[in-house]
Ligand binder design. Structure first.
Ligand code: 2HA
Ligand code: ZN
Length: 277
């Protein structure tokens, strides 16, 4: 296709929005997705971006990241429905560029009827900064979804990284392989602001998945598939845990810590020892 929508990064981005919608994670305008574009992605999109003279003013992000100066991101639009992304991408998502100071953005494509990047852009932006640094540039995708089973668990489990990690690791054998570092937990906070951005990105130093209490999940990945797969694996494990608890007789048997160590050994992954007794 001879439009920006034929650029592979755009195709994959739009497909991932659809995949999340199909899972039921994106009621109304719930959830958001950002992707830090490669140089090649930007070159492929360049013919379709606004000329310099039509680019608006720089908009302050409210946070600053020196390692993201000059980067381009694809972002869902604030208040936009992920279910509309594939139907009307030009009005649901945008490409933003970051200024030379790393503290402001401007829209270079998309949101043609007006709008701005996701309300969670400060958290996405700070998380990109941290993940870019700790993964030496490999992580490019940050994804937030309203995953119902995981949200339900935030009403019944202690709000600690250990309680959530253990519940998830022991609910499906693949889990320790997919997220050997475990998951972090942010207590309930007002969404969209700087406070939740700071709390999330502090945990993103250590974890690629952070639970937002009574709200959802935030994940980071190198590719769309990896980020989506991490979200999906965690939500499915949460669902299994809830189904087991819902049988009403408690957990009679589970994967032990020694079993977890054996999985780590067999699959060549190092499990976060903080969560093993
Ligand atoms: O984009 O999910 O956290 C809407 C939200 C806010
Ligand atoms: Zn949300």
């Amino acid at each position: 296709m001879n439009t920006i929508l034929g650029v592979p990064a755009m195709e994959e981005y739009i497909r991932m929005c659809n995949d999340g919608v199909r899972q039921g994670w994106h009621e109304r305008n719930g959830g958001n997705l950002t992707y830090r574009m490669t140089k090649e992605d930007v070159e492929e999109c360049a013919p379709y971006l606004k000329p310099e003279s039509e680019r608006g003013d720089w908009v302050p992000i409210g946070v600053k990241a020196e390692n993201l100066t000059g980067e381009h991101f694809i972002s869902t639009g604030s208040g936009k429905f992920l279910s509309n992304v594939s139907l009307e991408p030009q009005n649901s998502i945008c490409i933003v560029e970051i200024n030379a100071e790393g503290d402001a953005y401007r829209i270079v494509w998309g949101l043609e009827k007006g709008g701005r990047p996701t309300s969670e852009f400060p958290t996405h932006f700070m998380s990109h900064s941290v993940r870019k640094r700790v993964t030496e540039g490999s992580n490019r995708v940050i994804y937030h979804a309203h995953t119902p089973s995981l949200i339900a668990l935030t009403f019944v489990l202690p709000l600690t990284a250990k309680a959530f990690t253990k519940a998830l690791w022991t609910s499906a054998t693949e889990c320790p392989v997919v997220f050997p570092g475990g998951v972090g937990v942010v207590p309930w906070m007002v969404p969209g602001g700087t406070e939740i951005a700071v709390a999330t990105c502090k945990l993103m130093e250590k974890y690629d998945a952070v639970v937002w209490t009574h709200h959802g999940l935030f994940v980071s990945g190198a590719t769309f598939d990896n980020a989506f797969g991490l979200m999906h694996t965690i939500e499915k494990a949460a669902d299994i845990h809830i189904r087991a608890l819902s049988c009403g007789q408690g957990i009679r048997q589970t994967i032990t810590d020694d079993d977890l160590r054996a999985i780590g050994k067999a699959f060549g992954v190092t499990l976060n020892k903080e969560f093993l007794d």
